[in-house]
Structures are given as structure tokens and as C-alpha cells.
Design a protein. Structure first.
Length: 330
């Protein structure tokens, strides 16, 4: 471990894991030459403003709009950066999403769309389905977050209550060509789950969304219930409107874990990676990991050991505390 304290070492491992996923480092390797003709950049997520900044570092000023979380804006010369609420959507996200959809509907077959999607896009891209109000969407989002439902289940419900998720953002940009670059924060890195897949087709149904709400005991207002009794706008994976869309995951937890493990080994530690797809109740996973750490400690193998893991834990809210899965885990 050299001269580092354990705290300093852990901090450096965290910094390395973040650095390998930094859009400024990753984006240039996935950008084509800037296409001729009209180029529009759209996006949403906690990393989307940094992604937009990286795009303009390579391509120069661009036309477009990107929605990120309050406090996460980055300086861009052409792309408009809008801050909105996360994890429960607000009016700022609603208004910005409306302007984004209007921008996409003005495109032709010779135009090019670059979509920048990262974790958090589900809450930041807000376009409620017909008959659903923002207040109803906010209530369902808050209830899902408190229910302990896994991310895949939450995103299925969100898609069928939206006019932008489940491939609908990509469909709005047709007939333009689209490249979607994604930073994953979901177990398994399925593009359909990142930000509720605004550029990715989806085969789930409103019936499945209703079953999820029932399974996790989420009560919904009548506007939501009525919307889920109607066919949704979610785009099927084989739909022709997605024929000119390419989805590409450019950064994922596995890369960050591998980089942190390599640095730990350089520092003289053993590194054991528990996986990048860990799901479950944060409190229970934390107890299992603590037990594993104690077990490894008793084995008395040479040198210090670092346990690394990634995934998407959940918290079933039982009070009015603040924080999320990481705070609960700690």
C-alpha cells in the first residue's frame, strides 16, 4: 500500500473507476467524423452534460438540447444545457423534453442525430402519456422509488406512461439517422434499461406494467390506471422507425471495476471483484458483503484485500430519511 492510508487508497480506487468512464476520455473514441448537413445533439442523464461538453471538444459548437440534474451542468458553446429534477421529475424537465421532441420532428433523411444517454434519463426526460398529468407521474415515480422494486421493473412502468421512453425519442427523429451513445448504470448494461431506453425498442406491454404495480403494492391515481388500460406508444424492437438507429454502450461498470482492481494490485493489495450486476435490498447486500469481508479476514492470506462490486441496489422506504442505496449500504 506504499505510504497511502487505507482511506487514501480507497479514494484513489474510486477516482480511477470514475476516470475510466469520464466522457472526455471515452467519447472521442466513439464519435464518427462530423457528418455533413444538419447535426442535432439531444440527450439526458446525470452524465449527459459532460458528454455534450466532450462532443463539442471534438466537433466544435453543435445545435441541440441536453437535460441533466440540477448542479450537473457543464459549459457548452452551442448545445443548450437544461437542469431539471432527479429522481422525481419536475416542470423544467417537462418543458425541456417538449422542446427536444419539437426539434427532432423537424428533421429529414439527410440529417444526423447524436443522442447522449446516461443514468438518470428516466426522470429527466419527461413527456407523460396522453391523459397523465405531471403530478401523477411524480406520484408514481416517488412510490416506485420507495417500493423497493428493481430498476428493470420501475423502467417498464415508466415506459408505458411516457411519450419519449421505450424507443419513442428515436422514432420522433425519423427519418434522420441516429447514433445513441450511452453510459450504463444498470446491471448487465442492457441499452433498453439505460434511462428507460428512449432510443431502444421494447417488447413489454401495459399489462406487464400493471402487474408490476400490483406486485410491489404501488397504488396509482385513475389517470395512470386508465393510461395503462390503453395501448402505449412504446416502439417494438423490429419497428421500421428504428431501422436507422444505432445504440452503443461506451462506458460500463465492468470497465471501472477492472481499472480499480488493477490499481489495487499495483498498490500491493489482493483485489476480489464480486461482480457488476449485483441487485437486491441495499441493507441485505451490505450485510452479506460485511460477512464476506470478515470471512476473508479470518483466512489470513498474505496482504490486504479489497472487495469490489457494482450493480443497482434498492431501498424499501420505511420512514422519512434521506439518501439512497449507497447511504443505506454504508
Amino acid at each position: 500500500m506504499g505510504q497511502d492510508t487505507p482511506e487514501q487508497l480507497l479514494g484513489s480506487l474510486f477516482d480511477r473507476a470514475v476516470a475510466v468512464a469520464d466522457p472526455m476520455r471515452v467519447i472521442p473514441h466513439h464519435l464518427p467524423e462530423r457528418p455533413g448537413g444538419r447535426v442535432v445533439v439531444v440527450g439526458a442523464g446525470k452524465a449527459s452534460a459532460r458528454m455534450a461538453e466532450a462532443v463539442e471538444a471534438s466537433w466544435g459548437p453543435c445545435e441541440g438540447i441536453v437535460i441533466t440534474r440540477y448542479g450537473y451542468a457543464r459549459p457548452c458553446r452551442g448545445i443548450e444545457i437544461v437542469e431539471a429534477a432527479h429522481p422525481v421529475p419536475d416542470m423544467a424537465g417537462l418543458a425541456a423534453t417538449g422542446r427536444m421532441l419539437a426539434l427532432l420532428r423537424d428533421l429529414g433523411p439527410d440529417d444526423f442525430v447524436l443522442a447522449l444517454i446516461s443514468g438518470g434519463a428516466s426522470a429527466l426526460l419527461v413527456a407523460p402519456a396522453e391523459g397523465v398529468t405531471l403530478a401523477e407521474k411524480q406520484a408514481v415515480n416517488a412510490a416506485l422509488l420507495a417500493s423497493g422494486a428493481p430498476i428493470q421493473a420501475m423502467n417498464t412502468v415508466r415506459k408505458h406512461l411516457s411519450r419519449v421512453k421505450g424507443g419513442q425519442l428515436a422514432a420522433a427523429g425519423q427519418p434522420a439517422r441516429m447514433l445513441a451513445l450511452m453510459v450504463s448504470d444498470v446491471p448487465g448494461d442492457d441499452p433498453a434499461l439505460i434511462g428507460s431506453g428512449p432510443t431502444v425498442g421494447d417488447a413489454t406491454t401495459p399489462d406487464e406494467a400493471r402487474a408490476i404495480l400490483a406486485r410491489w403494492g404501488v397504488a396509482v391515481p385513475e389517470g395512470i390506471a386508465a393510461a395503462l388500460r390503453r395501448p402505449s406508444g412504446v416502439i417494438a424492437p423490429a419497428d421500421a422507425r428504428l431501422a436507422r438507429v444505432e445504440n452503443r454502450v461506451i462506458a460500463a461498470p465492468a470497465q471501472s471495476l477492472a481499472a480499480a482492481a488493477a490499481l489495487a494490485q499495483e498498490a500491493g493489495c489482493r483485489a476480489e471483484t464480486l461482480g457488476d450486476r449485483i441487485e437486491g435490498e441495499a441493507r441485505q447486500v451490505a450485510q452479506a458483503h460485511a460477512a464476506l469481508a470478515r470471512q476473508r479476514q479470518k483466512e489470513k492470506a498474505a496482504g490486504p484485500l479489497v472487495l469490489l462490486s457494482g450493480g443497482e441496489l434498492t431501498v424499501t422506504r420505511r420512514g422519512n430519511g434521506v439518501g439512497g442505496p449507497n447511504a443505506e449500504y454504508a
